[in-house]
Write a protein that binds this ligand. Structure first.
Ligand code: AMP
Length: 275
């Protein structure tokens, strides 16, 4: 696997690779969920590129940018083992040189749920992914359903701005107790980790209530109580899968979405209800 740090370098290096080219953008601290994206890309594409970049503009003030786990060397070994051909891992100064000021904002979809709790988050995501798509120029962009709203934001970005790329959403990889794999799980204490799987359990409970005919507020009321005592809800809801507008009753395609804090660690999860 070749490793690139500069824009011109990676452009030249990728130009020689056979098409279609799959691309897996990440913030590193890679786990089996990320590697599932890389393996899926390997199966579907002739070449695979990945990026590791802890993007400062998608973190708000007081969030975990400084302490976000970083292990580029370990990440490179894992990506190479998953069959990735090229890794782009730029410094912040390469992505945001002095004078950088252009922002990509997808509007209402980026302002609700995760966007309401983290007001500048999706602007940061949409801007950095726009840059990465221009730099890497892949044919297929691989993203995780784990971050369902982010995937919806990126599909909208690609559609609205006519990026010549297909977005492929890969199902969430979970620990054996149902907890969605996340780089942030490393922050959890032993007690918090034991309770954290109740986030997924609450979403399953919510879906069952909805399937039994309960409306969203009643289903959420019941399901909220399933969260471990160590957790505090940010939100629990059922939304249209494309717009993230709240639904009163289950109507596929939809996501049951939830976010909860365990101490200072914020975890998100979702269940897709297919049409
Ligand atoms: P991140 O490094 O957190 O920015 O994630 C990079 C990509 O991996 C995103 O598209 C995520 O949605 C995806 N991802 C993260 N966790 C998982 C998981 N448990 N299962 C599947 N994809 C994941």
């Amino acid at each position: 696997m070749r490793i690139f740090h500069a824009v011109e370098q990676v452009r030249a290096g990728l130009a020689a690779l056979p098409r279609p080219l799959g691309f897996v953008p990440t913030m590193g601290a890679l786990h089996a969920g990320h590697l599932q994206l890389a393996r899926t890309a390997r199966q579907q594409c002739a070449s695979v590129a990945a990026s590791v970049f802890v993007n400062p503009t998608q973190f708000g003030p007081g969030e975990d940018f400084e302490r976000y786990p970083r292990d580029v060397q370990g990440d490179a070994e894992k990506l190479s083992g998953a069959g990735v051909d090229a890794l782009f891992t730029p410094d912040a100064a390469v992505m945001y040189p002095p004078g950088f000021s252009t922002i990509v904002d997808v509007g209402a979809l980026g302002a609700v749920y995760e966007g309401a709790v983290r007001p500048t988050h999706f602007r940061g995501v949409a801007t950095v992914v726009s840059k990465l798509l221009h730099i890497v120029q892949p044919d297929v962009l691989f993203v995780g359903q784990k971050d369902a709203q982010q995937s919806a934001v990126l599909k909208k970005l690609v559609r609205d701005l006519d990026f010549p790329v297909r977005v492929e959403v890969v199902p969430t990889v979970r620990e054996s107790d149902g907890l969605a794999m996340s780089s942030r799980n490393a922050y959890l204490s032993r007690e918090q980790r034991a309770g954290a799987s109740s986030l997924h359990g609450s979403l399953e409970c919510m879906l069952e209530e909805l399937r039994n005919g309960a409306d969203a507020s009643r289903a959420a009321q019941h399901a909220r109580a399933q969260l471990d005592a160590a957790g505090v809800w940010d939100y629990l809801d059922v939304v249209d899968a494309q717009t993230f507008e709240p639904l009163q009753h289950l109507r596929a395609p939809a996501f049951v979405i939830g976010a909860a804090r365990f101490g200072s660690t914020r975890l998100i999860d979702n269940i897709l209800v297919s049409a």
